[in-house]
Design a protein around this ligand. Sequence first.
Ligand SMILES: NC(=O)c1ccc[n+]([C@@H]2O[C@H](COP(=O)([O-])OP(=O)(O)OC[C@H]3O[C@@H](n4cnc5c(N)ncnc54)[C@H](O)[C@@H]3O)[C@@H](O)[C@H]2O)c1
Ligand SMILES: [Zn+2]
Ligand SMILES: [Zn+2]
Length: 365
Amino acid sequence: MITTRAAVLNEIGAPLELTDIRVDDPEPHEVRVAVTHVGLCHSDLHYMTGTVPTDLPVVVGHEVAGVVEAVGSAVTSLSPGDRVTGALTPSCGRCANCEAGHSTQCTRLEEVRLRQRPAFETVDGRPIERLAAIGAFSQHILLRENALVRLPDDVPLHVGCLLSCCIVTGVGAVFRGAQVRPGSTVAVIGCGGVGSAIIQGARLAGASAVVAIDLDDDRLKAARGYGATHTINGADADPVAELHRELGDGVDYAFEAVGSARTAETALALLRPTGTACLVGIAPMGTELKVPALDFFFQEKRLIGSYMGSGQAREDIAQFARLYQQGRLMLDEMVTRVLPFAEINDGFEQMKSGDVTRIVVDLQA
Ligand SMILES: NC(=O)c1ccc[n+]([C@@H]2O[C@H](COP(=O)([O-])OP(=O)(O)OC[C@H]3O[C@@H](n4cnc5c(N)ncnc54)[C@H](O)[C@@H]3O)[C@@H](O)[C@H]2O)c1
Ligand SMILES: [Zn+2]
Ligand SMILES: [Zn+2]
């Protein structure tokens, strides 16, 4: 067991508290990672503000990169000193869903997450929860070997962390989830970290039009840099009417990257007949959708969801890292600012500002 520093959420709606915690030794399939950089994702905020329930105290944070420090006795593919990012949905690799390439739907998740002892404890020995069995706002974390991907030397850790959540989620939703075809038309509602990654995915997929929709003009300006060909500010105009005015009968694919019933319903309304709406934003617990049933029959529309890139994160992250090396996937541009660990709460405040795509925290600074 080691002692390290973590940002702990002790109370819903309260700031994170930088505190010493204890981290258990790695179990046979686990790796202890010295965390260097973590991106601030809206999913962390969902837990911090209570829109998604969590036990307390908890260490949130999941968009993570770092350096392997110690490995469990059964680990074969990683060694101390390896630079890594997360492939964050733990999976057994052997159940029917894992075998079929849908690791995000592993049926043995509970079993995989089970540990002999708590991974994190307070210094006086009380267990601390970890968001999704990760808890990346800690200078040291434990992840299973198959939840890590080695990063090439020329992918800096402060941008490499984005690959583990917003990039694999957004670009994965385009290629694995909706399977966007070259020449097709795409709309993206919400242009934060995840939406910007979807826009880049649509550009890489060869979409002939990419319509970015947000409530903030600065986010829309940045969206053009990532590959949007059209922008609509939903605060000034009805996005459905505006999009139909610009693109006729609608788009082939509409992605929702906000997390609300209203924007999910808008995604379906933006589609042309036979189009696919893909929900990526996480709506508050208990949210229900109200959608016109006839859209599915007479217009043959499809409504799907995509979680963490739809299940092939290890392979995809390695490929997306190569696209970054070739200059085709923009990561440096997405990191608006790198803040020292002590300023993590300011970082969550700054996320609300339109000139931010992603704030990254340097846990060693
Ligand atoms: N499916 C997954 O696997 C997955 C993974 C990561 C994040 N998420 C979820 O994706 C969502 C986006 O995450 P993020 O980190 O990019 O958030 P973010 O805070 O960086 O960006 C959200 C964006 O949505 C815009 N927005 C808010 N309301 C809007 C509206 N009504 N119409 C248009 N735009 C609006 C904001 O201006 C902002 O640009 C969150 O709900 C997050 O929890 C899902
Ligand atoms: Zn995330
Ligand atoms: Zn499985």
